[in-house]
Design a protein around this ligand. Structure first.
Ligand SMILES: [Zn+2]
Ligand SMILES: [Zn+2]
Length: 134
């Protein structure tokens, strides 16, 4: 059910990939690690369970493909998790914003694809050229 998109600009031909949402988990240091899809990639992932979702999105302001947290289930952590919270505060602040330019104008899944101005050349429009579910 998780979706992958490839867009191409009608003018400059630049291609952009977006995909997600993907599962992640936090290890004991509070680092965000891909969980794997459809099943856990590692034994550590399996034991820790899914802690949230991220997506690879296209920032329509700066034109970068960015990795952004969509949901973090540990926003109100307790106990052991509380002690780790400060370690990932940085990620919380970046939530659903481009980590480079702070824009909230992020593209994941506008399936029509048409009419979106290419953030690279600002001339052409993006077309959805490939799509699959994984
Ligand atoms: Zn372009
Ligand atoms: Zn940006």
């Amino acid at each position: 059910m998780w979706k992958n998109y490839v867009y191409r600009c009608s003018e400059c031909g630049k291609e952009y990939n977006t995909s997600g949402p993907w599962e992640f988990y936090r290890n004991r240091k509070g680092e965000r690690i891909p969980y794997g899809h459809p099943g856990p990639l590692t034994e550590e992932a399996r034991l820790s369970g899914i802690h949230g979702f991220f997506a690879n999105m296209l920032c329509l302001d700066c034109g970068r493909e960015v990795d952004v947290i969509l949901e973090d289930f540990y926003k109100q952590p307790t106990g052991f998790i509380e002690s780790l919270k400060r370690l990932w505060k940085k990620d919380d602040e970046n939530e659903i914003r481009c980590p480079h330019c702070k824009s909230t104008d992020l593209l994941l899944d506008k399936e029509e694809g048409h009419g979106i101005i290419c953030p690279g050349c600002r001339q052409g429009k993006l077309e959805l050229i490939d799509y699959w579910e994984s």
